[in-house]
Design a protein around this ligand. Structure first.
Ligand SMILES: [Zn+2]
Length: 231
């Protein structure tokens, strides 16, 4: 929206982008640091995810490869856990941490972990909100500052923040599960475990950064359009 671009609150967007950028380069550097640390048992990330899935009675969840760096994810719709090229064959503590984290999502799915369900339910709502929020605000401004339309637009825009906030427990919980399983099943030694934990904590920070950036975006809209009430 061109008429939004050069107001002073644009700094909020820049700060949000900077925070996200820093978090993303931090997770990449942490991952690459610990991708040089090979686990002593010598399991690959693929073997570890299979072991964790099988021990959780999730034999039906298939493992697949996917292109890219840190593109690993669990696909609940198709019961597939996809490990990236960098992770799949690696025996590093970083790769094993990521693989265990993704298996953690599969376990959340199995046990019907509440925040995971809520997050899935929020996906279409959030997408809808993203689609209508700016048109609503735009219409509100055009039609003589119609505050109802503007507020509605900001409300729909805020759904992204709600989505990001619900993502936090999902991600933290998957990592907690991962660390616990890696410990219980003695897949990593205690030193290796703390290294894998560092990778997962760095990864979790990217979600915190995304939520923070979202919050700044909402705040900016509230500052720009929220306060101009008609009497
Ligand atoms: Zn995750």
């Amino acid at each position: 929206m061109p008429f939004f671009i050069w107001d002073p609150t644009y700094i909020f967007i820049i700060i949000g982008l900077a925070i996200s950028g820093i978090a993303s380069s931090y997770v990449k550097s942490t991952y690459h640091k610990f991708s040089d640390v090979k686990s002593s048992k010598g399991y690959t990330a693929t073997q570890v995810s299979r072991m964790i899935l099988d021990s959780a009675d999730l034999q039906h969840v298939r493992l697949e490869g996917i292109r890219g760096d840190l593109t690993d994810h669990y696909d609940s719709k198709n019961d597939v856990l996809r490990l990236s090229e960098t992770t799949r064959k690696s025996t590093s503590v970083a790769a094993i941490g990521v693989a265990a984290h993704e298996a953690g999502h599969a376990i959340q799915d199995k046990v019907n972990y509440g925040p995971l369900r809520l997050r899935a339910a929020l996906v279409p709502v959030t997408n809808f909100g993203q689609g209508v929020s700016f048109p609503l605000i735009f219409a509100g401004v055009i039609f003589g500052y119609n505050q109802t339309l503007i507020d509605l637009g900001i409300l729909f825009f805020s759904l992204t923040l709600v989505f990001q906030l619900v993502t936090l427990p999902v991600e933290f919980n998957a990592s907690n599960r991962a660390v616990l399983i890696l410990k219980e099943q003695q897949i990593l030694t205690s030193q290796e475990l703390s290294q894998a934990e560092k990778v997962l904590k760095a990864a979790a920070l990217t979600y915190v950064a995304a939520a923070l950036a979202s919050f700044l975006n909402v705040l900016r809209l509230v500052i720009l359009f929220g306060g101009r009430r008609r009497d």
